[in-house]
Design a protein around this ligand. Sequence first.
Ligand SMILES: Nc1ncnc2c1ncn2[C@@H]1O[C@H](COP(=O)(O)OP(=O)(O)OP(=O)(O)O)[C@@H](O)[C@H]1O
Length: 437
Amino acid sequence: MSNSLSPPNAVPKQSADISSLEHRIRQLELEKDALEQQVRALRLEQTQSYRTASTTENTPEALNRLQQVAGLNNAEIARYGRQLILPEFGIQGGSGVGRLGIVDHDTVDTSNLHRQIIHNEARQGMSKAQSAALSIRMLNPHCEVVVHDLVLDSSNAQPIIDAYDIIIDGTDNVATRYLLNDACVLGKKPLVSGSALRLDGQLTVYNYRGGPCYRCLFPTPPPAETVTNCSDGGVLGVVPGIVGCLQALEAIKIATGMGSQDPPTMTLFSANSTTLFRTIKLRKRKAECIVCGDSPTVTKLIDYVRFCGSSATDKTPDLFMIPFQERLTCEAYKAICDSHTPHLLLDVREKVQYDICSLPSSMNIPLKHLPGQIKLIQESLGSGSDKPIYIVCRRGNDSQPAVRILQEHGVTAGEIKDVVGGLEKWTDRIDPDFPKY
Ligand SMILES: Nc1ncnc2c1ncn2[C@@H]1O[C@H](COP(=O)(O)OP(=O)(O)OP(=O)(O)O)[C@@H](O)[C@H]1O
């Protein structure tokens, strides 16, 4: 006998199952909202109790108690006093970060000094991780700093990530960003991610309190040739400083239990905009994300250089698109110039870089404009010409796709080759007076 509340026509079993599951999901979502509200209320209570505790903290007894509870000595209390008396920090918040780990494989370069103020003039050529550790110890000899002077990759990342509570990403390549994301999801660590380019910066906290991970936002890596870093695109010195301070702030808030942005947010900074900051709300890809979603398929670290099709270091690219023997060394190009062999030298850097310095008789067409300028190139060469085209860029990265673009557009030339190592190698090997920037 049918229930009087049932619809007149019986619903097929599968649809009934789906709708009851959907009903259950809605119930669970309501329960989740209620629990999140409870957590927020408890956090508020906690902050208020810190506040009450710290109102009595000006007495010697209270300072003694603070010293015992937080394990701080008098010198540290004197040093951090201004922060300890903040109601939002109180005793627990004041006890600081126990251990800082620094990962970097690179050495300090002159071009780093306008923005990476943890290094200085005298440290050029020194390991960046060592130099940063030195500066931190000079600021506070009690701080424990661990130096990881290495390229972080899938063979070594997980144990390093697992040894820390919060991970801060300031790297400059997508392969390492995906690596860090996956290692943080697998190791259940919040990832405070920051980036800066030209006049703009970005800040996001990933994988924190059920929020999205980097792959929720960027499920697939961008094509390698569309990614620009500071060395190619430039950066205003203060911008990474602003982003770095925001990253430090989020890390401190997470460490002290104040919590991070809620709901999860991407903060965009633009030195060129009148408001400077704007924010975008982020959502987790609950079902679809292959790392942090409902049915993850990435359960261990993969080869991120292959996955992204781009190198994890911008100094020694290890993914050449064109085999070395099909390219031209600086020495070979110098010989061509010395023998006055007719050719077209194409410089595919951005115009601002070309204006800083360029090789004689070169023609400047930035890589991104190349497909639209094929006719001009062919005209400069003379149609049906067997004159060769040589292509140069800053470091020998952009010149490779440029060769491919000309080949794909059917440019007829004697040969089309690019110069290995670009103008940087030209300075190192051929002309030390040619500016390096
Ligand atoms: N996989 C990695 N392992 C270790 N360090 C990394 C890794 N990927 C990036 N880094 C480091 O991240 C830092 C990023 O800093 P930044 O973007 O200013 O680039 P840079 O290499 O210092 O400068 P430039 O690109 O202008 O030469 C660099 O010091 C780089 O060595």
